[in-house]
Design a protein around this ligand. Structure first.
Ligand code: ADP
Ligand code: MG
Length: 264
């Protein structure tokens, strides 16, 4: 079998560079000249009002949205493109799909496969995309179920789990592909308040494990505790970014100040 390469000791793994990215929908500029550098193993929280381009930004990192200008690299690889001379050429569908298997994506609404058990949800992609044997995939799935504290739910159906449990399984499923970066798009905003904590706890645990993570959230307490960097977006632009404590405690931009005053 083709052994998946283990990059876990490679200090460069999970380096994300977003360079002067713009993206429009019709006349509306959803991303306007966005540049960000995410260090390997760092946790970046993206804040901003609704419609500011946060989800669009995450989607461009996976080439689910094609950028109009600029480019994105993970560990030096161009996402969705390859470089020939000084031009970028879009990759073929198959190569794009392969790149996507290296980016974990957790959505607001869990999106588990309803017709598969928890275990089947987790092992599906590693078997299909990483050519793992069923036995290898199952062994790893149980490790991940331990990580998210749900080993006893391996044979349960998603519909029998609470929203918080479903989201923890969605996180385990994303991790099963050993991604270079994990993207979370408002992972707790669809949950009842009493279920938010258990999902944030799992994400905190991951943060300590050295996975590069980008988390869109309105949970400022979480950002304060876990984020290395905070990015604040308005109207498709990054209006402020910096060390988490600095942006959260001493925001420089009036828009950031107003936003934080409202959500705190
Ligand atoms: P956020 O996640 O910060 O709420 P989004 O990235 O979802 O913001 O959206 C940014 C802007 O782009 C919004 O004005 C939204 O309506 C628009 N937008 C996002 N996706 C699409 C799309 N597929 N087609 C048209 N407009 C879109
Ligand atoms: Mg969004």
């Amino acid at each position: 079998m083709s052994e998946a390469i283990d990059y876990s000791n490679n200090p460069l793994r999970g380096q994300v560079s977003i360079t002067q990215v713009s993206k429009s929908f019709g006349k509306h500029k959803a991303l306007d000249d966005v540049s960000l550098e995410l260090e390997p193993g760092s946790v970046t929280v993206i804040l901003g009002p609704s419609g500011s381009g946060k989800s669009t930004l995450l989607r461009t990192i996976n080439h689910l949205e094609r950028v109009d200008e600029g480019f994105i690299q993970i560990d030096g690889d161009y996402i969705g493109y390859q470089r020939k001379g000084d031009r970028l050429y879009e990759l073929k569908e198959k190569a794009i799909l392969r790149q996507r298997t290296e980016v974990g994506y957790v959505f607001q609404n869990f999106n588990l496969f309803p017709h598969m058990t928890v275990l089947e949800n987790i092992i599906e992609a590693p078997i299909v995309h990483k050519k793992q044997t069923r036995a290898q995939a199952i062994e790893r799935a149980y490790q991940l179920l331990d990580t998210v504290g749900l080993r006893e739910k391996a044979h349960a159906w998603p519909r029998h789990l609470s929203g918080g449990q479903q989201q923890r399984i969605a996180i385990a499923r994303a991790l099963a592909l050993n991604p270079r970066v994990m993207l979370f798009d408002e992972p707790t905003s669809a949950l009842d308040p009493e279920l938010v904590g258990e999902v944030l706890d799992v994400i905190k645990k991951l943060a300590r494990s050295g996975t590069t993570m980008v988390v869109v959230t309105h949970e400022i307490g979480f950002a304060r505790e876990v984020a290395d960097r905070v990015v604040f977006m308005v109207d498709g632009k990054v209006v402020e970014q910096g060390r988490a404590q600095q942006v959260l405690n001493q925001p420089q931009h009036p828009r950031t100040r107003r936003f934080l005053a409202r959500v705190l």
